[in-house]
Ligand binder design. Sequence first.
Ligand code: FAD
Ligand code: EPU
Length: 335
Amino acid sequence: MEVRHHFDLTGYNTFGIQATAEYFAEFSDVEALKELVAYSHDKNLMILGGGSNILITHDISGYVLHNRMVGISVVDETENHVYVCAEAGTVWHDLVKHCVNKGWGGIENLSLIPGTVGAAPIQNIGAYGAELKDSFFELEALHLSDLQIHRFDAKDCLLGYRDSIFKRAYKGKYVILNVTLRLAKNPVPNTSYHSLQKELAALRLLSITIKDVSETVIRIRRSKLPDPKQIGNAGSFFKNPVIEKDKFLFLLKGFPKMPHFDMGDKVKIPAAWLIEQLGFKGYRQGDAGCHVDQPLVLVNYGNATGQQILNLSESIIRKVKQSFDIALEREVNVV
Ligand code: FAD
Ligand code: EPU
């Protein structure tokens, strides 16, 4: 067990924020993790996956434990489904590629989402008409206080839009060790998302496979989202707000062109549109900014500090509240 002191985290967060961890260690199995947890006893402890959904605003005191537990295996099978278990440190897109290549359907719309399998349930990752919860079966997690392994099914996890129990009551209390998915052996591709449907239609395919969906999602994502290797970012910085119908109808009177998506008794408004209306698209203050094509993505052009990005996010939240009376919520975990 190697514990590093004052470890530089710049390469360990996709925002590329320069900060250090007081102590840093990696673990590749549960025993090593337990040992580290016991060793760190009363100190602050943070689990780090791919660092693609965090904003570091100061040097981190205590321990940062980097998850290196990898592996994918089939744990059960029925006539129509396969149950695939992946260790939490497995790169999410490696799991997607593996399943798409085997012809197992359910997570192809989630192609190319950065990060690790273990972080996927934390915010119930979603994209292009699918969410983790659609294929999720169960997970195992280590309780940090008693070092027991607990099993959570979909109901226990309270998976919602970019939300789960691990962002709420169990925040910081568990380390997710592995995730089991229930995937279809004879998948029916999900092409419900408008831009995906449009791109696929342009290909004029006779029939659409999950491989076509995966490749198309990858193409759309590469054309829309900034690559963190070129410009630091953590994807969408805010969630898309979901508002009451009455409030939506009231806003629509003042903003008849406001895009919106019906969610039953509520309405989802694209945060990107709200932010763009306020002139933030392409806005830059020092090295902190809103991306030129996708204002929902806050970016680090080089040497922004986490605090500067956080300040920019606070200005956006304030202005959106003033202009639309909508409270934007951050998606990214501020640490
Ligand atoms: P980290 O950033 O390392 O951690 C995130 C949080 O989870 C932290 O609080 C951390 O402590 C905790 N955590 C991590 N691993 C564990 C574990 N094993 N046990 C307990 N806690 C843990 N997200 C989407 O949903 N949809 C998208 O389309 C999407 N697109 C993105 C595009 C880009 C370019 C980027 C940079 C990000 C995007 N994201 C998207 C956000 C991000 O990829 C996901 O949230 C991803 O699941 C984060 O994984 P990670 O391993 O990097 O997590
Ligand atoms: N829009 C604008 N101006 C812009 C860009 C977009 O007004 O400059 C509006 C348009 O009306 C557009 C709408 O925003 O139709 C939605 O845009 P897009 O399809 O790009 O999706 P998004 O809402 O910005 C969400 C997720 C992404 C996910 C994509 C695809 C959230 C917070 N974000 O983005 O997830 O990949 O849909 O499903 O739900 C992430 O969570 O990090 C993430 C990238």
